[in-house]
Design a protein around this ligand. Structure first.
Ligand code: ADP
Ligand code: MG
Length: 584
């Protein structure tokens, strides 16, 4: 054949092949556009694995009426102006190729209204040919429907996988994006059935539970660390959870789902000594790198990136995962290990009573080597109180303690901004839930007192106590009457730790006389009072470890945001709020 310049529509189809390889790649591009448009809610509807219809609606910025046609032109983008901008891409898109490519191999209808426009516009195209345009009433945002994908590229059509395969790919894709953007609500419907929904709560943990299931989530540890300006956070599986393929490792770099064998290797390396070759963990990790240190423009589907300093990113990821694996062992194992062992520092446990004293608790953790062989449901360190009870689900994202203010508040950073935590209220909450759980599980709430501790009370107070001996016993005070108005303390509440039980008893009796709780409420009243007295005080300096311990336990409380008496435990400022306050 002589050399000839190809007609435009053939060029378009060839180019499209690079960007839209399969229905899932169309979904990916359209999702990225919705995310770039600042959507807070994205609805995805797919029919027949995407071949028949892919419909995505978002409540993002919308496209200006006069720019709608332009959006479908090749290399037309609102996200990039100069080659220089390529060095600090903050958006997912930048190539201006997706809508152009998709339109050249399907029938597209786009309805959009920009936030500044009075009315919306609807455009219909088929194989890049404009079929019609009209003005329509529409809410702010964009709805794009892609039908009959690859109708004009029979070669591509022939190689499409089965509907079920495509469906699986699309579900995986949407769940991945939902994990990378927990602030956005994603709803996915396949063939008219809702198959995935995230809440948009901003909590990565919420989405991971939705995406992987609670059972799997419970077997993961949180990763959260920063090294050389590279932050790595997310979840990775306990070493006892083994997969035989690396496909369960989901990686995001600056919010972009990427395939990076180097980083996958970094993660598996972190498990060195825990896993054998051919075994892989399960992980969802977000890596944040300054945008000028990563080149995202190396692949048409943008699924690969190149780092300026690959080694540094590799180290950051490996360290973060390793740290999480090693660290997560400590507080959990500490519950089962006597305080004098090396795993929990005596000062930490005794002074603060951060974990219930463990003299009467179950077996100590077996050495690492034995544990690796245990199945997750048999792993004693994964069980907080007694066999059969799984690790409590996380209710807050992983928080990294930054420091303490005024010896009263803990400053922490999470994936969605800044947290200011009232150390006293937070610790009360932690102790209260431990206490309650202990009672519900029928675990001992009293510890024996070996010294003779006698308390003599005023006659009226002694009568008050006498009336409620049962409630006092229920919270751990085993008292024996020892002559008029005098009691000997045989057992004291475990929760008090090193706090003086005799002094506390007198205070409780006084408090009861003043507050006069109803008879049915006395046990609850005493529990709260005890937690208040056992918790770290305002004005108490805490070490970094102590703060991290309080925070880690709070992250798994059922009601982490309130103290037992209903005061807030924390203030949260999102990244957006901070930016607004600083006029950014
Ligand atoms: P790119 O995302 O690389 O810029 P696309 O072809 O995907 O290229 O989109 C072209 C342009 O159309 C975008 O730059 C954006 O301005 C606009 N656009 C596409 N989808 C949306 C959407 N859902 N909401 C708002 N604008 C959109
Ligand atoms: Mg795009």
């Amino acid at each position: 054949m002589p050399i000839e310049v190809l007609p435009d529509h053939v060029v378009a189809q060839i180019a499209a092949g690079e960007v839209v390889e399969r229905p899932a790649s169309v979904v990916k591009e359209l999702l990225e556009n919705a995310i770039d448009a600042g959507a807070s809610s994205i609805h995805i509807g797919v029919t027949s694995g995407g071949q028949r219809l892919i419909r995505i609606s978002d409540d993002g910025s919308g496209i200006r009426a006069e720019e709608v046609e332009l959006a479908f032109a090749r290399h037309a983008t609102s996200k990039l102006r100069s080659a220089d901008d390529l060095q600090r891409i903050q958006t997912l898109g930048f190539r201006g190729e997706a809508l152009f490519s998709i339109a050249s191999v399907s029938r597209v209808s786009l309805t959009t209204r920009h936030q500044d426009d009075e009315s919306g516009a609807r455009l219909r195209l088929e194989g890049s040919t404009l079929l019609g345009r009209q003005a329509v009433g529409a809410p702010v945002g964009t709805v794009i429907a892609v039908e009959n994908l690859f109708f004009n590229t029979p070669a591509r059509l022939k190689f499409l996988k089965k509907d079920t395969t495509e469906r699986r790919h699309i579900t995986a894709l949407v769940t991945h994006y939902a994990m990378a953007y927990p602030m956005i609500r994603f709803i996915l419907e396949q063939d008219g059935r809702e198959v995935f929904r995230s809440s948009g709560s901003g909590q990565l943990a919420d989405v991971v539970i939705k995406a992987l299931g609670l059972d799997t989530f419970k077997q993961m540890v949180d990763v959260g660390s920063e090294y050389a300006g590279i932050s790595v956070y997310g979840f990775t599986s306990q070493p006892s959870v083994i997969r035989s393929d690396r496909g369960r490792i989901t990686l995001f770099v600056n919010g972009r789902a990427v395939q990076d064998p180097g980083l996958v290797y970094a993660i598996t390396q972190a498990y060195h000594g825990f896993l054998e070759s051919g075994q892989y963990p399960l992980a969802v990790l977000m890596v944040q790198v300054p945008s000028e240190d990563v080149d995202v423009n190396v692949h048409p589907t943008k699924a690969e990136v190149r780092f300026r300093d690959q080694n540094q990113v590799f180290s950051a990821v490996q360290r973060a995962v390793r740290e999480a694996l090693v660290q997560e062992e400590r507080p959990i194992a500490g519950r089962f290990t006597p305080l004098r062992s090396e795993t929990a520092s005596p000062r930490w446990g005794q002074q603060l009573n951060l974990d219930l004293p463990t003299d009467d608790a179950g077996p100590s953790a077996p050495p690492r080597s034995e544990r690796a062989a245990l199945r997750p449901d048999q792993d004693p360190t994964a069980i907080p109180y007694g066999p059969g009870v799984p690790l409590k689900p996380r209710t807050l994202p992983v928080l990294r303690v930054v420091g303490q203010v005024g010896a009263t508040y803990i400053i922490a950073e999470g994936p969605s901004g800044l947290y200011l935590i009232d150390q006293h209220a937070a610790h009360q909450r932690v102790l209260y839930e431990q206490f309650k759980e202990r009672r519900e599980q029928g675990e001992p709430v009293a510890r024996l007192v070996s010294d003779t501790l006698a308390v003599e009370l005023a006659a009226a107070r002694a009568r008050g106590l006498e009336n409620h001996l049962e409630a006092f016993a229920a919270v751990g005070y085993t008292l024996e009457n020892f002559g008029p108005n005098t009691y000997v303390i045989r057992g004291a509440p475990v929760i008090l730790g090193t706090v003086d039980p005799a002094q506390t008893l007198m205070e409780l009796v006084d408090e009861m006389a003043q507050k006069r709780p109803a008879r049915d409420d006395v046990t609850e009243f005493l529990m709260r009072q005890l937690c208040k007295r056992a918790a770290v005080k305002m004005g108490q300096m805490l070490s970094h470890e102590e703060m991290q311990s309080v925070v880690r336990q709070l992250e798994r409380c059922q009601t982490p945001l309130e103290s037992p008496d209903g005061r807030p435990t924390m203030l949260h400022m999102t990244g957006d709020q901070l930016a607004r306050e600083f006029g950014r």
